[in-house]
Design a protein around this ligand. Structure first.
Ligand SMILES: C[S@@+](CC[C@H](N)C(=O)[O-])C[C@H]1O[C@@H](n2cnc3c(N)ncnc32)[C@H](O)[C@@H]1O
Length: 238
């Protein structure tokens, strides 16, 4: 091994580490480039998962870790009378989301803010639906952060975590390696289910795509004991 080839490996590893670290928190020009490629790359899994949800045609929706903002635009199309907000702790992501959804923001149908999932800047019981696409791997404390998401969901409202990969299915070792590089939480379907239940979600389901890799984890905020369960479907499109 020559000094030159060793230096090449070290520089290559540093550059690769820097590039993948941008997925956790996009920043700068490279972050902007990555956001636009991620929006395109995550479109198939996002659309697969959104097609399974009862998107409230009115009311309030939040996309957490909104990145480049494609999901906000998609939700606004699927729920034409809903308000669709977004948060991301990366200012670069928020800027890209706002730019992509400028018409929605200007019309007052969307507000996109810098905020962490650890402290959402919303009152209790605000949202009918909260989505998170390819983001929960990076959350600082998944169970605590799920409790924070639960706090802002209305009774009967839903959380949908959407992921391109989970610890199961084909090529699991390859995905495991990728998740080590991005320092992401790599969970099985059962671990997703347990995390949602532990945080207080009810009606928890985990659906795996036909490719055996995509994952949709859903849970509802329980209705208060004694509340009628017929109130919510009136606001849902089916
Ligand atoms: C891989 S990108 C996915 C972006 C977008 N949801 C998509 O599907 O293209 C992950 C996003 O989650 C955001 N994120 C990670 N940790 C977060 C946290 N604790 N609070 C809010 N956003 C977070 C990152 O800044 C980044 O924009």
């Amino acid at each position: 091994v020559t000094l030159r080839s060793l230096l090449g490996v070290i520089v290559g590893a540093v550059v690769a580490g820097w590039w993948v670290s941008l997925a956790r928190r996009p920043r700068g020009l490279a972050g902007r480039i990555q956001l636009s490629s991620m929006s395109a790359a995550h479109a198939p899994v996002t659309d697969w998962a959104l097609a399974q949800l009862a998107i409230p045609s009115r009311g309030r929706i939040l996309d957490v870790g909104c990145g480049g903002g494609r999901t906000i635009g998609r939700l606004a199309l699927l729920a034409p009378h809903a308000r669709v907000d977004g948060v991301d702790y990366s200012p670069t992501s928020v800027e890209a989301s706002r730019r992509r959804n400028a018409a929605l923001v200007e019309s007052g149908r969307s507000a996109i803010r810098v905020a962490s999932v650890a402290a959402l800047p919303f009152p209790d019981l605000t949202f009918d639906l909260v989505t998170g696409v390819e983001t929960h791997y990076y959350w600082p404390d998944l169970r605590e952060n799920l409790r924070e998401v639960l706090r802002v969901i209305k009774p009967g409202g839903e959380l949908a975590l959407i992921a391109e990969t989970h610890k199961g299915g084909p090529l699991v070792w390859l995905y495991w390696l990728g998740m080590q590089l991005v320092r992401g939480a790599f969970l099985t379907a059962a671990e997703h289910e347990a995390a949602l239940r532990d945080a207080g979600f009810a009606d928890v389901t985990v659906t795996i795509g036909s490719n055996r890799t995509w994952l949709l984890a859903r849970g509802r905020r329980p209705q208060p004991v004694g509340a009628a369960t017929v109130s919510r479907p009136a606001s849902l499109s089916t």
